[in-house]
Design a protein around this ligand. Structure first.
Ligand code: SF4
Ligand code: F3S
Length: 105
């Protein structure tokens, strides 16, 4: 599976949902996650993310915590199949450390 990681938080560009062939993204208020049982591992979303927040589960950035967070909220948050308007301050948050503290659940 592929996994969304910390830099998505408060960036939430949503370019990823436009390319996913199986619509397996689920949207929280300020982050998206990937449903691990629905992702077909095609990899097309990874280069589309302007924040480089999407990685394969074989990537060191795909820690057990991020895999668990994706699995958990994919069961809770609603499916998102089309891009919406990203946050106005998305660019200001790109690359900011410690964004997990800002996750809206
Ligand atoms: Fe969707 Fe493919 Fe990305 Fe998985 S790897 S989330 S199937 S675009
Ligand atoms: Fe997040 Fe990147 Fe998608 S910032 S919403 S994973 S395009």
């Amino acid at each position: 599976t592929y996994v969304v990681t910390e830099n998505c938080i408060k960036c939430k560009y949503m370019d990823c949902v436009e390319v996913c062939p199986v619509d397996c993204f689920y949207a929280g208020e300020n982050m998206l996650v990937i449903h691990p049982d629905e992702c077909i591992d095609c990899g097309v979303c990874e280069p589309e993310c302007p924040a480089e927040a999407i990685v394969s589960d074989s990537d060191p950035q795909a820690t057990p915590d991020w895999l668990a967070l994706n699995a958990k909220y994919a069961m809770v948050w609603p499916n998102l199949a089309a891009k919406e308007t990203p946050p106005q301050d998305a660019a200001e948050w790109d690359g900011v450390a410690g964004k997990l503290a800002h996750l809206s659940t």
